[in-house]
Each structure stands twice: as C-alpha cells, then as structure tokens.
Write a protein that binds this ligand. Structure first.
Ligand code: MN
Length: 745
C-alpha cells in the first residue's frame, strides 16, 4: 500500500500556496484582476477557518489547489474565483447572497451549482443508470463552468485520497470512474480523464495497478530507447521534408493498458502498443502530409487508420490516428493533429476561456493565431457575440428536451422536459400511476401539475383505495406513454365504475328533461345513438359518459329529441313526466334563466341559492319568495325548507322553479364528512378531491370529541350526478363513517 498517493509529513501552508498561485496567474493570465482573486481567497480562508483536511492541513489548501488546476486548464477569472469559493456554501455559513454581494451573481451561481452537484446521491447502478446520472449532472450544471469546477474539485480530492478511509477511497474512486471520468471525456478533457482514471484504478484494483506500473518500470529503459529512436527517425524525416512539427511520445496511461489487458486477456508483455506518438503541426494539409510520410516510413496495420479530422468525435476531438509497425516489429500508434486540435484534445471545452482571454498558454507555441478557430467557427454560426452565452446555449441544447430526476431509491429516471409527477409515476409502472394518491418532490407535497426539475427526488404515494387517474391528468402528463396508460385505464380498468358513474350522470341529465333511465333504455330512443357511436349496448354509452368520452347532456338531448320526433308513440310521450311539461310551460312563461334557474311565471327575477342546502343542477328544487331579496332556491329535501313550509305565514310564498336546459356554470355546494379523528385524514380527503379534480373552495376539519371528526368541504360542481360520485369516493376513505350534504338532518 506504499504507493497509494504520497503522504507528506509536513502540513501545507495555504498562504504560501496562494502566493505561488498569484505568481502563476500574473505570469500566464494577464487580464485577471488579482485583487479580486485575493479577496476570494481571504473570504474562503476565513469561512473555512478551523476546518482541516484529512492530512491535517487547513481546509482552504484544497480550495487553492482547485483554483490552481483551473488556471492550468486555462479557465477564466470567474472560474478561479469560484474554485476558491467552491465549498463555502456546502461547508460554511456563507450563502449565495454573501458571495453575490462581493463577487457577483455569476460566481455565486457557479458555487451554488457545484454545491448542488455535491449533494447528488450516487449509488452504483447498471450502465443505463450511470449514463442518465451523467446526463443529469451535466444538465444540472446550467453554466458549464459548474461541471468543470466539479471535475477540478474531484481531481484534487482524488490526488489526496490517500488520507481517506479505505471505504471512502473505494466509493469515491468508483464514482469517479463511473461518473466523472466519462464526463471529462465527453467534454474532451483528455488530461483530466486520464488522471481521474489512473487515480481511481489505484484504489479499485491496487494489485492490478501495481502490476502494470511495476512492469512498466522494468521496461522503462527499453521503452524509452524505443521511443527515442522512433521519435528521432520521424523528426529527421519531417525536417527533411520541410514540415514544421513537434513530436511528443508517451507511455499510455495505466488504465488504458489495464483495460486492454482485461479485454484481450493478455499480460503486459502481450500488449505491444504501450507507446503513443503525437505529431503536432501547423495546419490541416500538413496533417495528411505527415500521415503519408509515416505510412511511407513504416508499415501501416490495416483497419487502424481513423480520420477524426474530417469526422470529429462528438466531444470535438480531432486528429488522424494510424497504427504502424516499426523496424523492431513493434506496433505503435501515431496521432497527427494541429495545435488547435491538440489544445482542444487536452483541455476540451475548458480551452474556450483561453480563447476568450486572448492569452497564450505555455503548452501552445507562438504564432498559432488560429488555435481556437473551432470556437470561433462555432461562434460565427451563432448570432451571439458573447462566447459565454453560446456555451450556455450549447449546454442547454444538449438536454433541453429532457429532465432527470431521482426515485427515492436513487434510480435516475429520464423524462421529457416539463414532466410532472404523473409522468414519473407512470414511468415507474402503470399500477403506480393508477393507484397514485399524492406526490412529494424533495420531501414536499406537490400538486400533480408540478413541473419536475433536474435532480429532484420524486416520491409517489399510492393507495389501494386510490380513485384512479382523473381525466385532467391527460393535460399534465408530458410523456406519450403516460397519456396512453391513463387513457387505457379509463377505457378498460374501471369500466364498471364508468358505467355506474355514467348512468348516474345521465340519469341526472335526463331528469332535467323530465325523463328517466327507462327512456334511455327504450330501444327506439337508444338505437340510433348506439348506431351513431358504434356501440353495441347502452352500457357502452354509460361507460363513455363515465370516462368523459361523451357528455351526458349530449346523450340526454339526443334521447329527448328521438322521443319527441315520434309524437305518435304514445308510450314514449306518456313517459314524459308531468315535470317536463311543466318545465316546458315554464320556459315559455319565464323567459331567460337566471343562474341556470327558470322561475315559473316570473322572468328576470332575482335568484339566489340558499346557503342551508346549496342546491346543484339535478337536485329537486323549489323557490321561496323572500322579502325584497328575490327568489331563494332550496332543495325540496332541505330540512330548513321543510320547516319554512310548515309555517302558515309562509303560505303562498312558494314558487315552482326548475333547472334550465343547458347549464355550463359550476355551483358551490357543501358536504360534511363524519369520520374517526385519525392522523392523515385531511390529507387523504384532499388527495381524493385533488385526484377527482374537484374545485375545492374551502376545507375545514374539527374534532367533535370521542375520537371523532367532522370535515366540511365547500366545492364547485356542475351536477348532482358529479356530486354524488365525489361523495361516493369520499365515503370510501378509511375511517369515514358518513358523507352528507348540508341541509339534511
Ligand atoms: Mn471541494
């Protein structure tokens, strides 16, 4: 275990480290405001004061080290400042506002973004889950600098992992290997990727790591001789051909050798191409020129030539690769690229800020004015003049139509943007969606139309007594699969309930027309309707009304019209009740309905609904002529109303009233729920009402002693059928003993 990181006995001095950093910035990054960077250091130092790293050094040494890496990567001033402050929201009392006040909202947003990523829970999962988790982290980083600093942070933590416990070493290394190294790769940051992979391997398979490093050590002399001779051969030839070039060679990083050994079941002696050569030239024609020369000097291995210049990799990587066999019979890979491509390959998207700063980097040779041409080209394609905006857009565009959220178990679920808990529930399973009675996001109860954000933890409450989806869910569901599942449920799963509900709704509607369900079942009335809707039985009509496929009003009107169109059918006419005739007379006498009410013999009179029984369309009603306040509408079964009728002085103040033909308004009514006084009851009531999409005006609960409770709900409904349905659902809530309307004793 002696090679697991270098433990230094002496503690690090943050001030010394910071001085070195300031010096480096002064030399390499001319545009930067050193005072601002110093202020950030001071803020981080005092905020983290008293906190120590595992090696015993002051915590702020980690922040300075992270900032140092951002400078090496060529990132901008805000990135350096953010790197210094990256842990203050997570680990100290400082807030977003504190940072924004002193360093501006961009820095504060970056630090907050890094904090959010830090809080994302990681558990090892199968590949698809990993891919979603990576995408989620990237999508959460609204500013790309957030993920870059997170990678920098991880890089330094991995470098100093030797001080952590073995468990932490393993779990962090696994996370690094599965999440952060692939993200670095995707962003084109080869250097960071290699280092993260090698550091992780060191803890994940110490024996394997050691085997490779010690074999490489043994072979080192031989390898170096080989590399030197090949390098010299190529350099001499290119110079002779007049191609300006720089040649690098290196031994491949440990993890890439490890992977090859593992995949091909070879030991290290079986792996020939341990060395990689890189020829860097000034322009693209020279790349192909060099390729021709290399192929002339050595024998190319067939099928190993790859042209990533004409077809760049998705992470913007460009180069031509070829594998050739040297005079010793040892194959080796040569990568040929321009300086611009080289810099992009090394630092990927982070290279962008270098371009923006307009400064040169030591790794890049002078005279390469066009080294960031790729960024410029991309910028030219945008109308944006601001490079940062462009990158922001690039970032957002990558996942603009997706959102990534967690299940409580830590699974990442990928949903379309704008998705709601309904989409989440149906994504898990249609049973979960169909039995959903509530949803929590990040521990808080939310409504079903709540739009999910990246990184949200979504929890679905289900119940065996769930009323099932409501038709409104179709408006909230963003994914096609959720909508399909909801529709299927309405059509099939609850057919029986749809039939019952539909029959109740139609009955109420027929009653307005002075008809009964018997009329609906009259073959002469129903047959033409069945034919038109391609239904085979009247049950299908009820079911369709129940799930909302057709409206009860439409069916009732059809039935009425069918019956009326056959005046010779005395039986049908006979069935039209006295009430219907009365209503028809009323319609002539009474003029226009007021609030959906026709008052016999009176037109445009003042109408109000009594508070004692709050009637709704479909209720049997009667009007009471008040003194100076128009006609008060009561249900005939209202106890208050019955009492009024018994008083002799009220004789002659009663008037026949009826509901108008077509009613589009909603009516406020009140129901009272008697139940046991148990915890969660109000929540359950609210959930049922919510799932039925009932428009609730108010809900109050009080305990009535002896362990009982009375809950009063005031809500809007369109008909007594709807109300009856809602009351039925409420009465099936566990602990509820009765559900009644007000006005009934
Ligand atoms: Mn950190």
């Amino acid at each position: 275990m002696d090679n697991q990181g270098e433990k230094k006995n002496s503690l690090l001095d943050p001030d010394e480290m910071f001085q070195a950093l300031i010096k480096k910035i002064g030399e390499n990054c001319p545009g930067m405001n050193l005072e601002r960077i110093r202020d950030a250091y001071e803020m981080a130092k005092s905020a983290h004061s008293g906190q120590l790293r595992k090696d015993g050094s002051p915590y702020v040494t980690h922040c300075v080290a992270a900032a140092d890496i951002t400078v090496d990567m060529g990132m901008d001033e805000d990135s350096v400042v953010s790197a210094l402050l990256h842990d203050v929201i997570e680990d100290t009392k400082l807030t977003h506002a504190d940072i924004a006040r002193q360093f501006g909202s961009a820095v504060a947003d970056i630090v907050e973004g890094v904090t959010k990523l830090t809080r994302v829970q990681y558990t090892s999962k199968e590949d698809e889950q990993m891919e979603n988790l990576r995408k989620m982290l990237m999508a959460m980083s609204k500013d790309i600098r957030v993920i870059l600093i997170k990678i920098v942070d991880r890089l330094h933590n991995m470098r100093t992992m030797a001080y952590q416990s073995p468990e932490k070493q393993r779990s962090k290394s696994l996370e690094t290997m599965e999440i952060y190294a692939p993200i670095a790769h995707r962003l084109g940051m080869q250097r960071a990727k290699w280092e993260l992979e090698d550091l992780s391997l060191q803890y994940l398979d110490p024996a394997g790591y050691k085997e490779i490093t010690s074999s490489l050590e043994k072979k080192m002399d031989e390898l170096e001789r080989f590399m030197d001779s090949v390098k010299e051969k190529i350099q001499t030839r290119l110079d002779a051909e007049g191609v300006k070039s720089t040649i690098y060679c290196r031994i491949k990083h440990v993890y890439s050798i490890y992977r090859k050994m593992y995949a091909q079941k070879l030991d290290i002696d079986g792996i020939f191409d341990l060395c990689a050569f890189r020829v860097i030239v000034d322009n693209i024609p020279d790349c192909y020129n060099v390729l021709g020369i290399i192929h002339d000097m050595f024998n190319p291995v067939p099928g190993r030539f790859k042209d990533y210049i004409s077809t760049p990799k998705p992470n913007m990587y460009q180069s031509v690769h070829t594998t050739v066999i040297g005079s010793e019979g040892i194959p080796f890979e040569v990568q040929i690229r321009t300086w611009e491509m080289h810099y992009t390959a090394e630092y990927g998207i982070a290279a962008h800020w270098k371009y923006k700063m307009g400064s040169s980097v030591s790794a890049v040779r002078e005279g390469d004015e066009d080294k960031f041409a790729w960024v410029r080209r991309l910028l030219e394609n945008q109308q944006e003049s601001d490079a940062q905006d462009f990158l922001h857009n690039l970032k957002i565009d990558m996942f603009a139509d997706e959102v990534f959220v967690f299940s409580p178990k830590g699974d990442v679920i990928n949903l379309p943007a704008g998705a709601t808990p309904i989409d989440f529930a149906y994504n898990i399973h249609s049973d979960v969606g169909n039995s959903m009675v509530g949803a929590k996001v990040n521990g808080r109860i939310v409504t079903y139309d709540h739009v999910l954000q990246n990184g949200d933890i979504v929890e679905i409450r289900t119940s065996k007594n769930a009323p099932g989806p409501s038709r409104d869910w179709l408006n909230y569901a963003k994914s096609g699969s959720a909508r399909t599942k909801i529709k299927q449920w309405f059509k099939k799963e609850r057919r029986e309930e749809n039939v019952i509900r539909g029959r109740e709704m139609l009955e109420a509607e027929l009653k307005h027309n002075g008809l009964t369900l018997d009329d609906a079942q009259d073959p002469e009335a129903i047959a033409p309707i069945l034919k038109r809707l391609s239904f085979s039985a009247v049950e299908d009509v009820y079911a369709a009304i129940g799930y909302g496929g057709i409206t009860a009003t439409r069916v009732a009107n059809r039935i009425r019209d069918e019956l009326r169109s056959k005046p010779d059918r005395k039986t049908a006419l006979d069935k039209m009740s006295e009430a219907a005739e009365r209503r028809e007379i009323n319609a002539k006498k009474s003029g226009k309905p007021v609030h959906g009410i026709l008052v016999e013999g009176l037109s445009n009179c003042l109408v109000k609904f009594s508070r004692c029984c709050t009637p709704v369309p479909g209720d049997d009603i009667i009007g009471f002529i008040t003194r100076g306040q128009g006609v008060s509408i009561h249900r005939r079964d209202c106890s208050n109303c019955k009492q009024l009728m018994n008083q002799p002085e009220n004789q002659g103040r009663w008037v026949n009233v009826s509901w108008a033909d077509s009613i589009s308004d909603s009516y406020v009514t009140t129901v009272t729920i008697a139940s046991k006084d148990r915890s969660g009851l109000v929540m359950d009531i609210a959930t049922v009402l919510n799932s039925l999409n009932a428009k609730v005006r108010s809900l109050t609960a009080r305990d009535t002693g002896a362990g009982l409770a009375l809950t009063t709900v005031s809500l809007e409904v369109k008909s007594s059928g709807e109300l009856k349905y809602i009351m039925g659902r409420l009465s099936s809530i566990p602990g509820v003993s009765s559900v009644g309307r007000n006005g009934n004793k």
